[in-house]
Structures are given as structure tokens and as C-alpha cells.
Ligand binder design. Structure first.
Ligand code: HEM
Length: 483
């Protein structure tokens, strides 16, 4: 047989094989009951529409349009993958509860590139579990009581005391200062205001811009700059590690000290853990504080009720000659908890999460094929009018005054419905490790804010979802110190 004949036969059989596979795949896809939807343009899919900025207290045009056309569960092509988008509270819960069994965390590769392959956000399986245990240990309620409450209060006062009466401050920046300083202290014992802390903060700003930008690795892009910042930050942390090892500094009561002493993580793993905890722990809670300042500015009745609650606490402290806030004081901040919870519901700092199906899944008659991306959209549940009355309205009174971690409404079926559908911290085995710290930070910040200041927007600004939540002007507010 000539070479040409052999080649032709090979090409023919390969083509037939490919056609067979394609047909089988197509048949399987056709026999599946996929949710309705639109796969958009080739490759790009519907990503551009999905990422178009919109007011943070809404679900945006894309989501509104798709839900009204296809319902709460629809298919699309997003971030280069075939995707099932879920704005259905039940499916979101199902996804969280079945992490590791039917679904798995699956952030875009660009996020892994920037946060590192050992970042908790991208890890799955046993390694994720080990890192999670370390983080939970460090953010436990007992540590909140013994260490973090005091530090949270000190860092709050450091920021608030620096404000000049009748000046305009950029509330978002101030909140970032507070949460960054707190995390840097708790993770690496960095002191606020010191040149090294300020340098790290500056580097982190560039880093953050890259985390939320398009992952285009060309000279001059935000992503490229962030990758450079990642290296600088890692070098910084590395120097701290070496210092401790050299000087045998093993009595530092921070995360770095604990990990060096008690874990067998490699240096590369420690670096990514520290980097991602700094990231997870300061951006989300600072935006939440800025959102609380913004929502409260538009709701004087809530500010009044907060003042009454916090005056009562501070007067009782004066009588007992106590200065620092105690855990008991925190537990008395019942209405404050309603404000915190309502801010998280309406502001939706984390709007959606990235998952993929690791098995074929059937839910409410729909098929979710193995390998497809799945996006549980938390914001759409929090802003669903069938679950929350007037969802775009800031109404802390919708939550029963209950200072426990879980919010609840006063009575009846609405109460259960609100509880079940409130998931700003995700759920299941990946539930936010810092949720209690975040709520504590917000409550303590609000405590000193309402006791010492009045504030008004100094310029029109509002929160946008890019989809990361941000105030384009940084939330400028004019503050007046209480006499
Ligand atoms: C209001 C503020 C916060 C919000 C809304 C928030 C939200 C979330 C969400 C939704 C997740 C789940 C991600 C996923 O399942 O893919 C998460 C995970 C995480 N968060 Fe937060 N977070 C906040 C504050 C914090 C703080 C202050 C820390 C402290 C370091 C923190 C540490 C973490 C960690 C370590 C994880 C990964 C947990 C795991 O994978 O097991 N978060 N957060």
C-alpha cells in the first residue's frame, strides 16, 4: 500500500471517529434537559453583558432581563465556559451543601495566578481542609473575645480619632485603612503607620486592582502590574519569615508565628495563605463598612436608634468605670446587628461565587452536566422580591433584634424564609472563615461612629457592582464631631 493511501485511510478514519464522538456528545446534550438560556457569541459568550457595571443595590440589567426571559436558573456562556447561572435560593443552598460531592470550587485561572495556587479560594480537597482549619483556629470566637475585640476597637479609634471636625473624608479609604491595619497586625504583627506597613498597603492597592481586572497579561495592564505586586508582597512576607527563623522569634502571637510553629506547611504554602488572608480579610469588610455609612446616611431613624443603643452601653460603662468594650457589650448591640445584617443583604459585597459540577446533576428537572461551570448568584437571592419585602429598601427592622450570628425575623413563615435565604458568607464547607470577625468589625466601628460623629454625603456617590462593589468617588462624607 502506498504511503498516500495509508495517510488517506488514517485521515478518513480519524474524521469518522471525531464525527462519531461529536454526534454522541450532541445526542447526549440534546437528550439533556438543560435550563433555557442563551450561549451568546462564540468564545465571548455573554461575559461582557454579565460584567457591565450596575447599581449595587440592584441585580443589574443582565440579570433582570435573563430572569424575566428564562427564569431563576438559566444557561449561558461566561468567562469562556458553558455555565449554569443560579439565582434560585434552593439551588444555591444545594450547591453549597454539596461542595466536594457534586460541585467544586472553580475560580477562573487568572484568580489562581494572582492569589497563588495555595490560596484557600482556589484549593479543593484535603489541602483546602488543612488550610481552613488553620484559618478557623485563628479566627475562632475565643480569639475574637481574647484578642480581636480589643484590636478591632484600637484600630477603629486610631482611624476615627484622626478625623478633623467639619472636614470631608473619603469613607471608603478610611474603612480600608482600618481593616488593612487590623489584618496586617493580626497576621504579621505589623504596626499601623510604620513605613513598612504603609509600603505594603500601597503595594496591596495595586494588587487589588489586578485581582478585579481583566486577566490580560501585557505590559502596562492592571493584571500585569498586580502580578508584579504579588511578587513584591511575597518577598516582603518572605523577609518576615526569615527574620523570625533567624532571630528565633517564636513568641509572636500572630498568624505567621502560629503557622511557623504549629504547621508543616511549606514556605510557598505559607506565603499564599498569608497573602490570601490579607486579601479575604480586608477588602470585603471595608466595603461593607463603607456601605453601612452610606445606607445609614439615608436612614436617620436607624442612626437615631443606633445612638440610643450605644449611648446606653457607653453610659453603663462609665458607671462601672470600664473603658474598653467587652464581649458582653458587643452582645448588647442588638439593633446594630440588624443594621449589619441588612447592610450585607442589600450591599452584597460578594455577589456570586464560582463553582463547577463534578458529576452530572439533576435539579428541579434540569440537568447540570458534569464539567459545566455553575455560578450561584447570592445577590439575586437577597434582592428577590418574592423572598424579601421591598428588597431594595434599607430596612434593618426587617430583622428581629437578635445579636446572635444567625439573624431571624420576629415570627411566622417570613422569618424562616429570610433566615434560609440570607447567605452573604456563602455556605457549606467553604462558609466564610472570617464572618464573625467581619460582623464584629462593623459593629465596633458603628459603635464609635454614632457616638462621636454626624455625617452627610459631601458629593453624590453610590455603590456600583463592577461586579466587585466600589464607590466611584470613594464615598466623600462631611463629618461633624459631637460636642
Ligand atoms: C463582610 C465581609 C465578608 C464577606 C461578605 C465575606 C464573604 C465570603 C464568602 C462569600 C466566602 C465564600 C467563598 C466561596 O465559597 O467561594 C468567603 C470565604 C472566606 N472568607 Fe470571607 N467574607 C468577609 C470577610 C472576611 C474576613 C474579615 C476574613 C478574615 C480573614 C475572611 C476570610 C475568609 C476566608 C479565609 C475564606 C475562605 C474559606 C474557605 O474556603 O474555607 N472573610 N468569604
Amino acid at each position: 500500500m502506498s504511503d498516500i493511501l495509508v495517510l488517506s485511510l488514517f485521515i478518513l478514519s480519524s474524521t469518522m471517529f471525531a464525527l462519531l464522538i461529536f454526534n454522541l456528545f450532541n445526542k447526549k446534550q440534546k437528550s439533556l434537559n438543560l435550563p433555557p438560556g442563551n450561549m451568546g457569541l462564540p468564545f465571548l459568550g455573554e461575559t461582557i453583558g454579565y460584567l457591565k457595571p450596575y447599581s449595587a443595590i440592584s441585580i443589574g440589567e443582565f440579570m433582570e432581563d435573563h430572569i424575566s426571559r428564562y427564569g431563576k436558573i438559566f444557561k449561558s456562556n461566561l468567562f469562556g465556559d458553558k455555565t449554569i447561572v443560579s439565582t434560585d435560593a434552593g439551588l444555591n443552598r444545594y450547591i453549597f451543601q454539596n461542595e466536594g460531592r457534586l460541585f467544586e470550587c472553580s475560580y477562573p485561572r487568572s484568580i489562581g495566578g494572582i492569589l497563588g495556587k495555595w490560596s484557600m479560594l482556589v484549593l479543593v480537597g484535603d489541602m483546602h481542609r488543612d488550610m481552613r482549619i488553620i484559618s478557623l483556629n485563628f479566627l475562632s470566637t475565643s480569639r475574637l473575645k481574647t484578642h480581636l475585640l480589643r484590636e478591632v476597637e484600637q484600630h477603629t479609634l486610631l482611624v476615627l480619632d484622626s478625623w478633623k471636625d467639619n472636614s470631608v473624608i473619603c469613607a471608603q479609604e478610611e474603612a480600608k485603612k482600618f481593616t488593612f491595619n487590623l489584618m496586617a497586625k493580626h497576621i504579621m504583627s505589623l504596626e499601623p503607620g510604620k513605613p513598612e506597613t504603609e509600603q505594603l498597603k500601597k503595594e496591596y492597592i495595586t494588587f487589588m486592582k489586578g485581582v478585579v481586572s481583566a486577566p490580560i497579561n501585557f505590559p502596562g495592564t492592571a493584571y500585569r502590574k498586580a502580578l508584579k505586586s504579588r511578587c513584591t508582597i511575597l518577598k516582603f512576607i518572605d523577609i518576615k519569615i526569615e527574620e523570625r527563623i533567624k532571630k528565633k522569634l517564636d513568641d509572636e502571637d500572630d498568624l505567621l508565628g502560629w503557622v511557623l510553629k504549629n504547621s508543616d506547611l511549606s514556605k510557598e504554602q505559607i506565603l499564599d495563605l498569608v497573602l490570601s488572608l490579607l486579601f479575604a480579610g480586608h477588602e470585603t469588610s471595608s466595603v461593607s463598612i463603607a456601605l453601612a455609612i452610606y445606607f445609614l446616611e439615608g436612614c436617620p431613624r436607624a442612626v437615631q436608634q443606633l445612638r440610643e443603643e450605644h449611648l446606653k452601653i457607653s453610659e453603663a460603662k462609665k458607671q462601672s468605670k470600664e473603658v474598653e468594650l467587652t464581649w458582653d457589650d458587643y452582645k448588647k448591640m442588638e439593633f446594630t446587628q440588624c443594621v449589619v445584617i441588612e447592610t450585607l443583604r442589600l450591599g452584597n459585597v460578594v455577589r456570586f461565587l464560582h463553582r463547577k459540577a463534578v458529576k452530572d446533576v439533576r435539579y428541579k428537572g434540569y440537568d447540570i452536566p458534569c464539567g459545566w461551570k455553575v455560578l450561584p448568584v447570592i445577590a439575586a437571592v437577597h434582592l428577590d422580591p418574592s423572598l424579601f419585602d421591598q428588597p431594595q429598601h434599607f430596612n434593618p427592622w426587617r430583622w428581629h433584634q437578635n445579636h446572635n450570628a444567625t439573624p431571624s425575623l420576629s415570627s411566622g413563615s417570613a422569618s424562616t424564609s429570610c433566615n434560609n435565604n440570607f447567605m452573604p458568607f456563602g455556605g457549606g464547607p467553604r462558609f466564610c472563615a472570617g464572618s464573625e470577625l467581619a460582623k464584629l468589625e462593623m459593629a465596633v466601628f458603628i459603635h464609635h461612629l454614632v457616638l462621636n460623629y454626624h455625617w452627610k454625603l459631601a458629593d453624590e456617590d453610590q455603590a456600583f457592582a463592577f461586579p466587585f462593589v466600589d464607590f466611584p468617588k470613594g464615598l466623600p462624607v462631611r463629618i461633624r464631631r459631637d460636642p
